[in-house]
Structures are given as C-alpha cells and as structure tokens.
Ligand binder design. Structure first.
Ligand code: NAI
Length: 339
C-alpha cells in the first residue's frame, strides 16, 4: 500500500472514531430518581458520551445544572416535564436509559410495581418510538420481565420495532453474582464474570455458576443461588422503605451503556447478558430471554445460547421459563388492552 493511502487510511480512521465519539448522545428518563442521579453522574464521567439529556417529571433541569459543572467534555441539558421537553431530550439520542417509575418497598415483589410502572414505561416508550425510533432503548424500570414486552408492543404498534435495539438491563444480577462468589472464594470480584440467564426477578434469575468452573454443593449452592435471585430484597429491607438498589444499579446501568457505546464505536467481542427478543425459548412462551449477547453497531449482534449446564441449573431454568412466560404474557396482554 502506498504511503499516501496509509496516511489517508489513518486519518480516516481517526476522523471516524472522532466523529462517532462526538455523536454519542445519551438520554436518561427518570433522571432525578434514586437510580437516575448517580447513573447520570457516571455517564457524565464517561468520555464516550458527548451529550447527556436528562428528563424527569420533576427536577430534571436541577440535576442537569449540578452535573453540568463537572469538568468533563460532554454537554448536559435538563428538560422540562412537557411533551416538547421530552421530545427534545430524546431527539438524536443513540442510547435511552429508562429508570423512571416507582421502586419496591419491603415485602413487595417486582410484579407488585406492574400497575404503576406499566403505564409510565408505555408512555415513555411512545415518546421514544416517535422521537428516537432508532435509538438503543435500555429498560431499567421494573418489572423488567413485563416492561420490556410492553415497550416492544408500543414500538410494534407504531411500526418501528427493531428487536436488536431493545434491552432489559439485567447487568445488576451479573454484578451481584460475581461479587457474591468472590466473597465465598476469596477472589478478586473484578475478575469474576458469572453468567446469569433468564429474566430479572426472583426465580427467573438463573446464575450459571458451573460455567465459570466453580462447584458449590448442597446448602452452600442453594444459599448462593437464593442470594443472587433475591439480592435485591437485601437492599430493599436494609433501606427500610426508602427504596431499592440505586447506587449498584446506577453502576450496572452505566456499565451496560458503556458496553453498547464501545460496540457502536467498533470494538469487537463486547458481550453482556441482557434481556432481549430472543429465539432461544420462544417455543416455551418466552419471546424474551436474557443470555449472553454480543453487542455491535446495530445493537444485538449475536445471541448466545445458554450452553452446557448442570442438572441442578436445568431445574432452575425450568422454573424460570414457567414464571417468565407468565410475566411476558401479562405485559403483552396489558399493552394490547391499554394502547
Ligand atoms: P425513584 O422513585 O427514586 O426514581 C424514579 C424517578 O422516576 C423519579 O425521579 C420520578 O420522578 C421519575 N418518574 C416517574 N414517572 C415518570 C415519567 N412518567 N417520566 C419521567 N420520569 C418519571 O426510583 P428508583 O429507585 O430510581 O427506581 C426506578 C426503577 O428502577 C424502579 O422501577 C425500580 O424497581 C427499578 N430498578 C431496576 C433494577 C434493575 O436491575 N433493572 C434495579 C433496581 C431498581
């Protein structure tokens, strides 16, 4: 190759990476909540984010003014809680994170949030479908097992559904599974990456410890699985009615957004478990399922199968699929009845 072509290629590559970087607008809907605030803070610290749009039914501009003083390059804008404010916030976004909605109180399951959060997510999904139909939509609001199908129905009804761009954020389950095994084994949690499949509530959360070469037995294994499945309850109880996991969730949401941005900016082999429109268990009524997903410039690049699991893990998976099918069906039915 001639020198001039080599130089031109290098300049082009640089221009490409610079332009992709400067185009990464990220929006947070529910930005002044318990998750929204630290999530927005972490996104402000991410050099891959060039513009941050913060929307909430209360307090978006205040959070934005505060975060905008942080001395990183990205610009931050908060939007008024009006349809035009929401539209402006969403327009041009590459990623939209949605942690809007009510969190659990002690004694509540994620499904108890359905009645309130279903309509919040539906309305925000409508705005996304209109103003940012090509964005990656990251659903954090619970119950994720139902709010993701609701979002899909909204996008379908508007003729803009792209299954490769809709994600239920299950990263916190992986973060917990990795941290909890490191506590048991005395390892560095940063080096642990336990695969977790299924959905995001109770028995639908299935950690696949065997795939990381670990073997726990009897009560120890039961206790580990229970802690991963119900780790959220530890936080809900400890906060005594003041909410659920917010700080660890913000970290998990920021990690998932960072993975998507890395993949969009050309990095190969970026894999995160996430709850997506998946072919794996459609025959068992689960149109959505969380497994390891390779991310790419178009969102979902490749959905990995669950892989080799133990008979114990298969039993967990069987229970998961039954519950999950019900959660998905409930979301779809609600969305159809409440367009
Ligand atoms: P929060 O109550 O502290 O914050 C929610 C925010 O959403 C509030 O600021 C509220 O004003 C805003 N909001 C409500 N309706 C809105 C609308 N229509 N448009 C825009 N903003 C709206 O709750 P928190 O703790 O931040 O939790 C948010 C959601 O995330 C809950 O549903 C919770 O269950 C879920 N969650 C999900 C996790 C996951 O792993 N996916 C983990 C932890 C929580």
């Amino acid at each position: 190759m001639s020198f001039s072509r080599q130089v031109f290629g290098a300049v082009q590559r640089r221009a490409f990476s610079a332009s992709t970087r400067s185009n990464s607008k990220v929006a947070v809907l529910g930005a002044s909540g318990g998750i929204g605030q630290p999530l927005s803070l972490l996104l402000k610290l991410n050099p891959r984010v060039s513009e941050l749009g913060l929307y909430d039914v209360r307090g978006g501009p205040g959070v934005a003014a505060d975060i905008s003083h942080i001395n990183t390059k990205s610009t931050v804008k908060g939007y008024d809680p009006t349809p035009s404010g929401l539209k402006e916030c969403l327009t041009g976004s590459e990623i939209v994170l949605i942690p809007a909605g009510v969190p659990r109180k002690p004694g509540m399951t994620r499904d108890d949030l359905f009645n309130t959060n279903a309509s919040i997510v539906r309305d925000l999904a409508k705005a996304c479908a209109d103003a940012a139909p090509e964005a990656n939509i990251l659903i954090i609001s619970n119950p994720v097992n139902s709010t993701v199908p609701i979002t899909a129905e909204v996008f379908k009804s508007k003729g803009v559904y792209n299954p490769k761009r809709l994600f239920g954020v299950t990263t916190l389950d992986v973060v917990r599974a990795s941290r909890f095994i490191s506590e048991l084994k005395g390892t560095d949690p940063a080096n642990e990456n336990i695969t977790v499949v299924g959905g995001h509530s109770g028995a639908t959360i299935v950690p696949l410890l065997s795939q990381s070469g670990y073997e726990l037995k009897g009560d120890k294994l039961d206790e580990y699985v229970r802690r991963v499945q119900f780790g959220g309850d530890e936080v809900v109880q400890a906060k005594g009615g003041a909410g659920s996991a917010t700080l660890s969730m913000a970290m998990a949401g920021a990690r998932f957004a960072e993975s998507l941005l890395k993949a969009a900016q050309g990095q190969k082999g970026v894999i995160e478990p996430t709850f997506v429109d998946s072919p794996l268990y459609k025959d068992q009524g689960c149109d959505f399922f969380a497994s390891n997903v390779e991310l790419g410039p178009n969102g979902v690049e490749k959905i990995h199968p669950v892989g080799k699991i133990t008979p114990y893990e298969q039993k967990l998976l069987d229970v998961c699929l039954k519950d999950l099918a019900g959660n998905i069906k409930k979301g779809v039915a609600w969305a159809k009845e409440n367009p």
